[in-house]
Design a protein around this ligand. Structure first.
Ligand code: HEC
Length: 117
């Protein structure tokens, strides 16, 4: 009997931890999202950053960083906005293709949904 109880406690802890650290549940999935900013991402960003923003290596060997994890260069909202608007270092700038509002939506997507900040 005590063993069964211990098992139950361990299970609860495991489920609790999985819940906290994503374990699938916490990860925002762009591919399944119907939000407008998710469709913007699929159209404009996925080709380089991957369909879920995990980053990828392009055919020409260019390494595109993950937008979800790692050491981010663009840390603040303004830096992320700047990167999207002006690009740089292999990334194209989007200020001619996207409206101010669309770029702001993408900043939110990166910061809130992908980085969880
Ligand atoms: C042509 C390929 C390409 C496209 C398209 C592209 N990116 Fe990038 N992106 C890059 C590369 C390469 C970097 C790394 C730049 C650097 O190292 O300074 C980058 C960096 C970034 C960063 C900064 C990451 C960090 O370290 O903080 C953000 C945020 C970002 N991209 C968002 C976007 C969004 C949002 C879109 C769509 C609107 C997009 N990118 C489209 C190639 C691309």
């Amino acid at each position: 009997m005590p063993r069964a109880k211990l098992f139950a406690v361990a299970m609860f802890a495991a489920i609790g931890l999985a819940g906290c650290f994503g374990g699938g549940g916490g990860r925002h999935v762009i591919g399944e999202s119907k939000a407008y900013e998710a469709s913007l991402f699929r159209q404009n960003c996925a080709i380089c950053h991957g369909p879920e923003g995990d980053g990828k290596i392009l055919d020409d060997g260019m390494k595109v960083p993950s937008l979800r994890e790692g050491d981010f260069k663009a840390k603040t909202e303004n830096q992320i906005y700047d990167q999207i608007a002006n690009g740089g270092n292999g990334m194209v700038g989007f200020r001619r293709q996207l409206s101010e509002r669309e770029m702001r939506l993408l900043v939110d997507l990166v910061k809130r949904d992908l980085r969880g900040q």
